[in-house]
Ligand binder design. Structure first.
Ligand SMILES: [Zn+2]
Length: 448
């Protein structure tokens, strides 16, 4: 296709065609019926997902050597499955295979790449993902989720997420601007143009109504607001906070809700897969974004797909990608999946997250998710939002700060010990500190 310089948007996007064209029609029909994919009956959604999986399989078969070879090795003579259960026959994609390799999964000519994103590479070499402009500005915005997102052109959204390399900052920016027509304040996360005080000032000036950030940065902004004399609830009045990037426990979320005086909801996505799940107003887990992804839960050892409700590794297949589709991608995240019977009316499956496989803490004979321990810790109102969990030879030491309390260090330490013993039946050491470092990056809370 000819590209005309400086007219990339109109030429490449409007006139472009791909294996995903057919889905424009599908979503247009939904629009005309006044429906979204969130409320479709299960059989209709599965029909759509089957069609989208097959379109993706056909695309990677034709465009990508690695995917094709894997499919052929698995016995595929043509790139299609007859029902979603047969997806188990498609080989899974491991992180290690694509780490540090920017070509392996590429399914378009490199000239078609519009944006490159990288994972943070905290656990090894980064994973490169390449998106076409149409991926990001057309197909990613096709499925609408009007039950889950209430933002509109009347809102002002502050985005305090990294804009460099990774997907979150720019991903939310596109979502708010192009899907909802919301004005965006691109705060970033403590970059040199956006120190915390300036970010808070801008939120005040423009009367931000929505904040999208990580749990730890939401805590940092709240703390700093007190230092710079900006009053939450008066100078900044948010309607909603979206949390992403780091997991956090329900109790931590409730603490943030109290502090910020607004609803706080989780958003689960990744740089490789984009959006995966979003919490509704009932806060009973993440609704899987079934327009964008097909999610499976597998036994991490055997690779077998697990039945509904069983916890295992989350495996994601992207449905609307041309640049670099992810087919049965092993995320390394743990969770379980159930059919929705949620009061919000959304029929999309409900995912419970259980943290990352490598972050589980072995205490006694049990593995504990750090979020479960955080949850119990945050139930104690005198404990601050910054803490460390240190595991040394099977013994857990909790380092915690005091929060708006007259308790002495010793009293609080005793209270934490007793509470953890009641909750998880584990004896732990407690150290009360007042100097746990704040961070602009991902908060590191677990040390093993
Ligand atoms: Zn719901």
């Amino acid at each position: 296709m000819m590209k005309v310089q400086t007219h990339k948007m109109t030429v490449s996007i409007d006139n472009q065609s791909s294996h995903l064209e057919v889905f424009k029609e599908f979503y247009q029909q939904l629009d005309e019926q006044g429906k979204t994919i969130e409320v479709l009956p299960r059989n209709e959604k599965e029909e759509y997902q089957l069609q989208a999986v097959n379109a993706t399989l056909a695309h990677v078969w034709k465009q990508n050597k690695y995917y094709r070879q894997r499919l052929e090795e698995a016995g595929f003579e043509e790139p299609r499955i007859d029902n979603l259960e047969q997806l188990t026959a498609v080989p899974m994609l491991e992180k290690n295979v694509i780490r540090g390799d920017k070509e392996k999964l590429l399914c378009v000519d490199s000239k078609e790449i519009g944006q490159v994103h990288l994972t943070s590479g905290t656990s090894g070499k980064p994973i490169y993902t390449a998106y076409t402009l149409a991926d990001q500005y057309v197909y990613d915005l096709l499925p609408k989720y009007l039950e889950l997102f209430k933002e509109s052109e009347n809102d002002v959204a502050a985005i305090a997420l990294p804009y460099e390399f990774a997907l979150p900052g720019l991903g939310f920016q596109r979502l708010f601007q192009f899907a909802f027509g919301t004005a965006v304040l691109s705060l970033g996360k403590g970059g040199y143009m956006a120190p915390v005080d300036k970010s808070l000032e801008l939120m005040k000036e423009y009367q931000a109504t929505v904040l999208t950030t990580t749990p730890s940065y939401a805590a940092l902004l709240a703390e700093e607001s007190e230092k710079v004399g900006i009053k939450i609830g008066e100078d900044i009045n948010l309607k909603k906070i979206w949390l992403t990037g780091e997991g956090c426990s329900p109790a931590f979320r409730e603490r943030l809700e109290k502090w910020w005086g607004c609803e706080v909801a989780f958003f689960y996505g990744s740089t490789e897969c984009g959006v995966i799940g979003v919490e509704c107003s009932k806060h009973k887990g993440y609704h899987v974004m079934e327009g964008h992804v097909k999610v499976e839960i597998i036994d991490p050892d055997s690779g077998e797909v697990l039945p509904a409700g069983k916890t295992g590794e989350i495996v994601v297949t992207t449905l609307l990608r041309e640049g670099m589709p992810m087919v049965r991608y092993r995320t390394g995240d743990l969770g379980n999946l159930k059919e929705s019977n949620c009061d919000c009316g959304t029929t999309m499956d409900v995912l419970q997250l259980r943290g990352r496989m490598e972050h589980m803490l072995r205490l006694g004979n049990h593995d504990y998710s750090p979020f479960l321990i955080e949850h119990f810790l945050m139930e104690i109102p005198e404990v601050g939002l910054w803490y460390h969990l240190k595991l040394n030879q099977g013994v857990l030491t909790i380092e915690a700060e005091k929060f708006r309390t007259t308790l002495s260090d010793e009293q609080l330490s005793t209270k934490i010990k007793q509470h953890m013993l009641e909750r998880i039946g584990v004896e732990c050491n407690v150290v009360i500190r007042d100097d746990i470092p704040r961070t602009f990056g991902k908060a590191q809370r677990v040390f093993t």
